[in-house]
Design a binder for this molecule. Structure first.
Ligand SMILES: Nc1ncnc2c1ncn2[C@@H]1O[C@H](COP(=O)(O)OP(=O)(O)OP(=O)(O)O)[C@@H](O)[C@H]1O
Length: 386
């Protein structure tokens, strides 16, 4: 027996439900050969026992055909989260924690924050995924320099892409460049569910989710699909932005999502030539809002040309210039978020039972209402039918 023979035999074992084999998927690890006896590990992404059983059966058969003696297959399947004690509906149980990144309005730097925080968490040793659920403006692929990559689609499942040590998936990577979709509420809900269920995320410590701006179907859908461990609001210091951010924080409260804090972005500008600080949009103005919602400002990120160029060129500042003041502030924010997540889990985690839809299974909220309530819903009631 040689490693080559073992790999060639195992490359005949398809991952159940897929047209691709377990070697090509990269699931086969730690091959050990002793004479004709073979042992190895298969890291699978499903916790379903029948998937493991089928792989073991077929692997044994193929290896015996190739002349192996004793075959030992160690299956490493995702466990139900240990560190998270969260309850309720969870359609992605291999992910221990979910961080929802929101903003009241667009253009405040929500995606920039999500990218830098996700990479910071990975640099701090966490296994991190980043889901770009900003279906209206999915710009995470550009920010990570992977806009020309296409994820691998097998059957109806998709493998996440990888960049800067994190797993990534974005609607932008599944659509043609420049294409847009007109999203109806029900489609948004389905897309969010598929992002969680049909992407082969690994066992992650945390999935950072960049939401569309505002408070709508996507936010509700996410909160109903998985127990969101914590929410992060990104704002800029102007009053008009703060008013919208209040709505974002209020949404977390209504959805029973603990608040991990506020990132005040574009907070002051330090002139690179003189070091003089200018308050372009203001600075520190979010503190009263933080007090109101019993949370804290976890970072004040200045306006910095390197943040914009880093985003445009696919080189996030946290990676491109880790010794910069801004990168250090993102690092501190990530530490603060992680300690909040640990505290939430130590206190029993979160439960999304209270935000589940109340209509019976199979009956749409819209089809149960009178014509007047249907009218109300079609003007944005959040049922998904509008
Ligand atoms: N602190 C900053 N300094 C300089 N430029 C910044 C800063 N934060 C964000 N930007 C730039 O502002 C633009 C908008 O940022 P970003 O896409 O992160 O916002 P967003 O809130 O996610 O927007 P949308 O809601 O449209 O997706 C980007 O070009 C980004 O590089």
């Amino acid at each position: 027996m040689t490693e080559e023979i073992v790999k060639s035999a195992l490359s005949k074992v398809m991952y159940p439900g897929f047209t691709k084999d377990i070697v090509t998927f990269g699931f086969v690890k730690d091959i050990a050969i002793n004479g004709n006896d073979v042992s190895f590990t298969v890291e699978i992404t499903s916790s379903a026992p029948e998937v493991a059983a089928q792989i073991v059966d077929e692997a044994e058969k193929e290896l015996k055909n190739a002349g192996a003696g004793k075959v030992t297959v160690n299956i490493k399947a995702p466990q139900m989260p240990k560190e998270s004690s969260s309850q309720g509906k969870n359609i992605a149980p291999q992910i221990k924690n979910f961080l929802m990144v929101s903003s009241g309005k667009g253009g405040v730097g929500k995606s920039t924050t999500a990218v830098n925080i996700a990479i910071a968490l990975a640099q701090q040793g966490k296994k991190v995924g980043l889901l770009d659920a900003d279906i209206y403006g999915p710009n995470i692929p550009r920010m990570l320099g992977i806009s020309d990559q296409k994820p691998e689609v097998t059957g109806n499942k998709v493998l996440p892409m990888k960049a800067y040590g994190i797993e990534v998936m974005s609607m932008g990577s599944l659509m043609e460049e420049g294409q847009s979709l007109i999203w109806r509420g029900a489609m948004i809900m389905k897309a969010i569910e598929q992002f969680l269920r049909d992407i082969l995320w690994s066992e992650l410590d945390v999935l950072v989710i960049d939401m569309p701006p505002g408070t709508g179907d996507a936010q509700l859908s996410l909160a109903q699909s998985v127990p969101v461990t914590a929410g992060l609001t990104v704002t800029t210091p102007q009053s008009v932005s703060l008013d919208d951010s209040r709505r974002s924080l209020d949404m977390f409260k209504k959805l029973n999502i603990p608040i991990a804090g506020i990132v005040e972005n574009m907070s002051g500008f330090i002139a690179p030539d003189t070091g003089v600080e200018y308050d372009i949009f203001g600075k520190g103005t979010s503190q009263p809002m933080a007090d109101e919602f019993d949370t804290k400002i976890i970072a004040e990120i200045p306006i910095e040309p390197a943040i914009r160029t880093g985003g445009d060129e696919g080189k996030p500042i946290i990676f491109a210039d880790p010794s910069s003041e801004t990168a250090k502030r993102y690092m501190k924010a990530a530490e603060s978020i992680w300690s909040t997540i640990e505290e939430i889990n130590a206190n029993g985690g979160v439960d999304n039972q209270s935000v589940q839809p109340t209509t019976p299974p199979g009956v749409s909220a819209c089809s149960t209402g009178s014509s007047s309530s249907q009218q109300q819903q079609s003007s944005g009631g959040g049922c998904g039918c509008s």
